[in-house]
Design a protein around this ligand. Structure first.
Ligand code: MRU
Length: 333
């Protein structure tokens, strides 16, 4: 896997500018946590695991840049980073994990605090790489040679610290010698499927066909999809989950056409504190992303817009949860 969405290089963090893909491959060199927050909000780094990793690196960058290693400063930065985007739980999960280690080890010099912050961020990053490998191996058990998979949004290397979750399953199948074809939903309005998933899969030599979101149901009805695999931003205790807007529609269509529907996610995306999907906060995005996405106006000036970035899919529509710990049945087995 040559694609690395995020990397620590010496004392800075390097991100692929995902908003410019696929037209331009540009890297952002980030030296302060404010740059991390801006990149998260702008979606230059995106996908639940990747923003968790970025958040952890952000804490190290903050202390390094400000030279302030007081717990008050770190707590304030943590709150700012945690609230950069509300839906993916990986953001607060990663920040809490770093703060917990600080509390436990109580380093008391600038050097020791900074060393701990970099080291825990790197642990989270490396762990995510390994979680993706496990998810890939677990999920590959569900897929046969010659199968066709539909995916929505981007849950690949660009969204994680490794080979991805949903796309990690595809790469693992390919590495096992299975021939797999993928249909990628374009994923309105920010086109993560068109701009990111189809680009990423092509870089990796996977047979991918891009479709408008509205084509998925027809393909299912024609019997041309064997499985749907998507990622998740947060899974509640009852198994309801949040993922990119449009996921719920795909899950309903999959049930209607008896196509198995899987979500692939690491343990860091499971939030047992929330009872059901109703409790998951849903981010709303800017109207201009719908009315003039990518600089071309496609709606009348002044029109009202409602643009939730995510939706909730109830557990009843999930066939299996593919996690790093194994495959767990959902409410639609
Ligand atoms: O708004 P985005 O691009 O961050 O949304 C990302 C998704 O919805 C992904 O499917 C999810 O984060 C899982 S990534 C492994």
């Amino acid at each position: 896997m040559n694609i690395k969405s995020i990397e620590r290089i010496d004392n800075h963090v390097r991100l692929i500018a995902q908003t410019l893909l696929p037209g331009e491959i540009k890297y952002l060199k980030i030296n302060d946590y404010r740059g991390i927050i801006e990149a998260i909000k702008r979606l230059d780094v995106r996908g639940a695991p990747a923003i968790g990793i970025a958040a952890a690196y952000g804490l190290a960058l903050a202390v390094q840049h400000a030279g302030d290693y007081s717990r008050d400063f770190i707590n304030n930065v943590a709150t700012e980073i945690e609230t950069a985007r509300p839906t993916a739980v990986n953001l607060s999960w990663a920040v809490c994990r770093v703060l917990d280690r600080l509390t436990k080890e109580q380093p008391d010099t600038f050097e020791s605090v900074l060393t701990l912050l970099w080291s825990e961020a790197e642990n989270i990053h490396e762990e995510d790489r390994q979680l993706c490998e496990k998810i890939g191996l677990n999920g590959a058990q569900l897929i046969n040679n010659g199968d066709v998979v539909l995916t929505h949004c981007n849950a690949g290397a660009l969204a994680t610290g490794g080979i991805g979750t949903a796309l990690g399953v595809i790469y693992t199948c390919r590495n096992q010698g299975k021939s797999i074809r993928v249909y990628a939903d374009e994923t309105r309005p920010l086109l993560q499927g068109a701009r990111l998933t189809s680009w990423e899969l092509m870089q990796e030599g996977i047979d991918v066909t891009l479709i408008c979101d509205s084509v998925a149901a027809t393909l299912m009805r024609q019997g041309r999809i064997d499985h749907v695999i998507v990622g998740a931003d947060r899974v509640a205790a009852n198994g309801d989950f949040a993922n990119k807007i449009g996921t719920y529609s795909v899950a309903v269509q999959a049930k209607e056409h008896s196509v198995p529907f899987y979500i692939a996610a690491p343990y860091s995306t499971f939030d047992s504190k929330l009872a059901s999907g109703e409790d998951i906060p849903i981010e709303e995005r800017f109207a201009r992303e719908v009315t003039e996405g990518f600089g071309v106006r496609t709606a009348p000036e002044g029109v009202q817009v409602y643009s939730p970035a995510f939706d909730i899919t109830p557990f009843e529509l999930v066939s299996y949860y593919i996690t790093d710990q194994g495959i767990k049945p959902g409410g639609r087995v």
